[in-house]
Ligand binder design. Structure first.
Ligand code: CP3
Length: 367
């Protein structure tokens, strides 16, 4: 297998027995998990980023009843229910924990709110990257672990439970600015102006994230995804330092604690830097955004490395020929490697449910 396992084993490439133990794929692995461990499946298993969310009327109803997004996230019964909604409705192969990447800064002590139509706000914004004065709130994570355990207990064995976290760079962009932005200028500026302070912040996020993902795995997550939504905003040397290096650190620490659990890295917007990301972080699988040409990715990535993606969320909304031709192109490009079908980014709130149903029906037909 490509990724961290072969990397970790490379110096001992002859040690096939160790490799066989680490790669052990019990027959009972559900299809999505089997593909993430390096098997091919036709048809490919499928889940959609943000599959639990606003395009579903049953989500909107529960949100209206509970009053807000964070109220849902920290109510483990509600969050488990929302995680299961797309599984019941569509029969997805993966259930992604209903939560948010910004739970990590919240647990590190920043205030967090999601104002209607405003996007998330973190207070105080860190500005200079220094965490002094924040009071960590580790109990926030306990609620999330409770959700994972509740979902896993109710999940059919053919469905894989996915945990997640944001990658340190993306989390740092929100912590420094206190909100989202188009160009992540505040964090990029700090990283140039005071790399030592920025490094200290990244190191702290790495440590918390390793604990947090370990907690999710111990509660029942069978694979985890690192969302690096803003990986695309960095110059090459900065990408190496703030995306590749901290991701590699998380992967190697998780490898020690939970070597059997696959890690999907999703460096959105990485473009041509995807090759280095796949080779150097040690992730088991890479998520591709919709701007990546699937044929290019197939030619460039190690042939046995699982990929995930990468239908344009707007092609899903358009439906019809735009949808069928995009799906056909993605499936054809990846027909010889382990492939998890997904979108290139989160499903949009105005995605028609009928188009999601058509997509699943299309995918379940053999090529
Ligand atoms: O994929 C899933 O269904 C699981 C849940 C999940 C959410 N957010 C729920 C959510 C996941 C995996 C995320 C990841 C996330 N959150 C990312 C990385 C992926 C990406 O989209 O790039 C980022 C950058 C965030 C931060 C975030 N959360 C923003 C910027 C916003 C506001 C904008 C928006 O899309 O609504 C959120 C809110 C959020 N996270 C909602 C949901 C369902 C909407 C809350 C609501 O109003 O009901």
């Amino acid at each position: 297998m490509a990724g961290r396992r072969s990397q970790a084993l490379d110096p001992m490439a002859g040690d096939r027995e160790t490799a066989a133990m680490i790669h052990a794929k019990p027959d009972s692995d559900p299809p999505l998990l089997a593909v993430l461990k390096g098997d091919r499946r036709d048809p490919p298993p499928v889940w959609l980023m943000r599959q639990a969310g606003r395009y579903l009327p049953e989500y909107r109803a529960l949100r209206a009843e509970k009053g807000g997004f964070l109220e849902l996230v920290y109510d483990s019964d509600a969050a488990a229910e929302i995680t299961l909604q797309p599984i019941r409705r569509f029969g997805m192969d993966g259930a992604i924990l209903f939560s948010d990447i910004l739970i990590v800064p919240h647990a590190m002590g920043q205030g967090l709110s999601f104002g209607v139509g405003e996007g998330p706000q973190l207070t105080p914004a860190l500005g200079d990257g220094v965490l002094d004065g924040l009071e960590p709130q580790p109990l926030h994570f306990q609620k999330i672990y409770e959700t994972v355990a509740k979902v896993r207990a109710q999940l059919p064995p053919a469905v894989t439970m996915l945990g997640f976290a944001g990658s340190p760079w993306t989390i740092a962009t929100y912590m420094v600015a206190g909100h989202g932005s188009k160009d992540q200028a505040e964090a990029r500026r700090l990283a140039y102006r005071d790399p030592a302070a920025f490094q200290a912040l990244i190191d702290r996020i790495v440590a918390v994230t390793v604990d947090y993902l370990s907690g999710q795995i111990e509660a029942g997550a069978q694979a985890v995804q690192l969302f690096d939504s803003w990986a695309g905003s960095l110059a090459p040397a900065q990408f190496d330092r703030w995306v590749i290096a901290p991701t590699a650190e998380i992967v190697s620490q998780l490898m020690v604690r939970h070597g059997e659990v696959p890690i999907i890295g999703f460096p959105k917007g990485a473009g041509a830097k995807l090759a280095a990301y796949a080779a150097e972080t040690g992730v088991d699988a890479v998520g591709l955004d919709e701007t990546i040409d699937p044929e290019w990715a197939d030619a460039m990535l190690p042939p046995d490395m699982p990929v995930q993606g990468n239908l344009d969320p707007l092609a899903l909304i358009a439906g019809g020929e735009a949808l069928t031709s995009s799906v056909a192109r993605i499936r054809a490009a990846f027909d010889e490697r382990p492939h998890v079908f997904n979108l290139g980014h989160g499903i949009l709130p105005d995605a028609p449910i009928a188009h999601v149903e058509q997509l699943l029906e299309m995918l379940r037909r053999p090529l």
